[in-house]
Design a protein around this ligand. Sequence first.
Ligand code: 5GP
Ligand code: ZN
Length: 111
Amino acid sequence: MKDDCIFCKIINNEIPSTKVYEDDTVIAFNDINPLAPIHILVVPKIHIENLMELENNELLAHLVEVIKKIAIEQGLDKDGFRVVTNNGENAGQVVKHLHFHILGGKKLEIN
Ligand code: 5GP
Ligand code: ZN
């Protein structure tokens, strides 16, 4: 838990969110500013800034499992979807708590 981290606050239920998945180590909720009909953020509960701080391969494997489970639940597996993690300044990472965007529900632009 990092005091000034918005996703830590969401994890602690200090800020409301529309959760689509939760277990002991991972949470997923709808992005507040969706860029696609389905835009979900998959977030480890432990505060890790980004991929460069992620050393726990078991957690990474679990995050991927959760992403796939949500994709199936949301009906994204047939037509496809995008998974994005912004890592640092040049990628435009705004929230400094590791998260994976799941984007789908329409044909996505390449960019
Ligand atoms: P980044 O640019 O860091 O990869 O993405 C951060 C994402 O978090 C953005 O898509 C933004 O809309 C989303 N976001 C920022 N603050 C909140 C919030 O308080 N609640 C939710 N649900 N999403 C947020
Ligand atoms: Zn955090």
